[in-house]
Design a protein around this ligand. Sequence first.
Ligand SMILES: *Cc1c(COP(=O)(O)O)cnc(C)c1O
Length: 430
Amino acid sequence: MGGNSVLLEKQVNVDKKPIVTWEDPAVALGTTRHEFGEYGGINMSIEASATFTVMEPKTMHKLFTGELGPSQDFFIYSRHFNPTVMNLSRQIAALEGTEAAYCTSSGMAAISSVLLQICNTGGHVVASSRLYGGTHALLSHFLPRVCNITTNFVDVRDHEMVKEALVKGRTKVLFLESMTNPTLTVANIPELCRIAHDKGVKVVVDNTFAPMVLSPARLGADVVVHSLTKYISGGADIIAGAVCGPASLVSSMMDLHQGALMLLGPTMNAKVAFELSERIPHLGLRMTEHCHRALVFATRMKKLGLKVIYPGLEEHPDHTLLKSMANQNYGFGGILCVDMETEEKADELMNRLQNYTQFGMMAVSLGYYETLMSCSGSSTSSEMNEEEKKMAGISQGLVRMSIGYNGTLEQKWSQFEKALVGLIYDGMVV
Ligand SMILES: *Cc1c(COP(=O)(O)O)cnc(C)c1O
């Protein structure tokens, strides 16, 4: 193996487990083992194999009894564990400060599998009424219909209501999002975890909107789920997800005969895992810039008299709470909303921002390097009726912006101003 063998030996001698730390996620990421390539390449090799061979027939038996497994570098089949997907999963576990993690083919796969695993014999879920549309539909329509898992939706800012909804012995999961779409309310994770744990209920938090910014597991959550499709990918080119939690949960989900991930099979491809693992090291830098620009733009938009929703602004009802929970130095999230009051004005603002000044693009999703804009009431929250939208604080003219970092901040701001001035000139905004 020539000159690289020393390097590879060094790699083998470093513990693969991330050190579960209460420090900054970037510090935790710095402790994950650097995986070198098969020939000493500075990037890991991609283990693009569906199946794995053994030297002796006896080894195969040991693999199926669990005597040998991925922790000793023995693999069976890539729907079970794949070495490249495991390497990415270790990075995600470090990012979220959990003992283990495993990556899936989508965020919805991660969410549905973990709910099925924890509620394995049917059961009750209490969930936030402000959830991603897909998760809301899964809990309100799909799970009750196919497997007797029922959900009560509550306003998780009302802790008394949460307490009442959780039924000791019956409720298995409290499900919520760390920062909600599109009105950017923030959940009091430590307090909600205390309430749930008192009743023996597990807390699952979707942290898709706030990687690096919030660490729900450090604040008490049992499980953290992600749509890696958004900020963690950052390229808007991949659909992927992850479940982060105790090693016992991950191994139960991978159980050959009982595991939700093993048996439902929402498997991540090794090539996708490699792609994503290359993007984790600059996630912190990207989040810092997304958050910085969102704060600057929100502040300036407010000064211009626009109705802005951004949890980094002191006037946002959850600003103090977010500040008390957030990891330092990243900011308050990369998404802001502007309330244009009517759909017509919202559409015209987005039209000009995209087609006249190139400030951003009309598209759903988030975490891309360009700014993405959508009118929530008629897009990602369109499955809600008028009453539900009103309750969730979604006006017809609410424009959600996932602030990008392409171009310079001042260049992008002048594109925003120019579009707004045009609107004012044409009498669309006064
Ligand atoms: C996008 C999203 C999901 C679903 O993730 P996919 O990767 O599209 O399956 C779940 N939760 C939140 C908060 C999201 O934004």
